[in-house]
Design a protein around this ligand. Sequence first.
Ligand SMILES: [Cu+2]
Length: 145
Amino acid sequence: MTKYDRNINPLRVLMIIVIISMLFCAKIVSSEELKVEMLDKSYAPEILYSEVGDKIIWPKSKGHNVEFVAGPTSVSLPKRSKMNKQYDIVLETPGMYYYWCTPHKGMGMIGLIVVGGDTSNKAAIAKAKAFGKSKKKLASILAKL
Ligand SMILES: [Cu+2]
């Protein structure tokens, strides 16, 4: 067998393709889908722990939406969701994210997402805007972390 033959051995090429596709599939399988329900005046769970690349879903719920208020400083926050529609996002930067429901932001309808176990921006989240009942709620949620 010449050197040239060894390099283009079809079995070897096939093995490389199989290994690359296995790695690719493992990467897809490792990202999860997580759900946050929009209840009467609250999100459940109020604190969602996710990993980088997980898909986070707020299933459609009448009268509610999702509006991001704060997150890691390097990140541009996701767009505000439409009322009465399902909302899906993928967060690619570790850290804490804070959001509220636009019509119920003063009634305690707020939520936090901790991506990749990173709570390094907790102090900044604690200083973020909160209206009415949500001020106490934010403090109590942060106290659980
Ligand atoms: Cu709401």
